[in-house]
Design a protein around this ligand. Structure first.
Ligand SMILES: Nc1ncnc2c1ncn2[C@@H]1O[C@H](COP(=O)(O)OP(=O)(O)OP(=O)(O)O)[C@@H](O)[C@H]1O
Ligand SMILES: [Mg+2]
Length: 265
């Protein structure tokens, strides 16, 4: 089994070091999509995303809504560097990702992006606590205090009593909360979540939304797919995708932390 420090060395591969040092100016939007398309197959092709334009600034929390099959997960996979667009531009904190090779993309993903995806499983041979601790490896924080920081993250989602469990022994909702505790620990710039409250009761869903709210206040940018109106209503902005076409939805102005006038764009 690979030990924690060995994994840290693997994570800090030299080929990605230059990306870690690239500018993260707060004025540069975290996400810029221009004319982005994703087409699957031929005969006939599926146009999962069509000409998507989207800018997400630091500290913004964007809810992504739309019917089943409309392109929401396709968009999140591209934002998470798990898939490549067919055409158009995606700049992540000013970096045009189209030109990056797979190793550089993996490094950027590890450092800048946190995932709360159902397919992003917790590591089954590690305890819940170790899963959260491992999320720090990409950012090279000192080992000292790692356990306490991970316990604090678990406490935010009321999972301290499951810290030493294997993730395989957790309920679906507990696994989801563990993934939510883990995602921000690596201090990503962008947190992507696909139906993060899908398995949760109202009380746990509300505490997850409170965690998201605190994270966006701290400057983390969130893109969250949801079909739940209550979840969408907590976001600063809502975008809707129908048949691969993305539209901004009018929403009440909410303060966005860090924006010059304190108001949503
Ligand atoms: N790997 C793939 N190959 C071919 N078609 C795909 C692939 N992935 C997605 N699609 C198609 O792209 C379209 C958008 O899929 P996507 O998964 O983004 O939808 P979604 O909005 O997330 O739906 P849901 O709410 O059901 O999760 C669908 O028509 C789907 O069949
Ligand atoms: Mg989906």
């Amino acid at each position: 089994m690979i030990e924690l420090e060995e994994e840290a060395q693997l994570a800090a591969s030299p080929s990605t070091a230059s990306l870690a040092a690239s500018p993260t100016n707060q004025q540069v939007p975290v996400v810029v999509l221009e004319g982005l398309t994703r087409t699957f197959g031929e005969d006939p092709p599926v146009h999962a995303l069509r000409d998507v334009e989207l800018t997400i600034r630091r500290g913004e929390w964007v809810a992504i809504v739309g019917p089943s099959g409309s392109g929401k997960s396709t968009l999140l996979n591209i934002l998470g560097l798990l898939d490549r667009q067919t055409s158009g531009v995606y700049c992540l904190q000013g970096i045009d990702v189209a030109g990056l090779d797979d190793v550089s993309r993996a490094g950027l993903r590890g450092r800048r992006i946190g995932f709360v995806f159902q397919a992003f499983h917790l590591m089954p041979h590690r305890s819940v606590l170790e899963n959260v601790m491992l999320a720090e490896l990409y950012i090279g924080k000192p080992r000292k205090g790692r356990r306490d920081r991970a316990m604090a993250a678990l406490d935010r989602v009321s999972l301290t009593d499951r810290a030493d469990f294997s993730p395989t022994k957790l309920s679906g909702g507990q696994q989801q909360r563990a993934a939510i505790a883990r995602a921000p620990v690596g201090e990503p710039s962008l947190l992507l979540a696909d139906e993060p409250t899908g398995n949760l009761d109202t009380q746990n869903a509300d505490s997850v939304l409170d965690v998201f709210s605190d994270l966006s206040t701290d400057g983390l940018t969130l893109a969250v797919i949801t079909h739940d109106e209550h979840v969408a209503s907590r976001a600063h902005r809502r975008v809707r995708i129908v048949d691969g076409v993305l539209h901004e939805m009018p929403s009440e102005l909410r303060p966005v932390p860090g924006s010059p006038d304190g108001a949503a764009q």
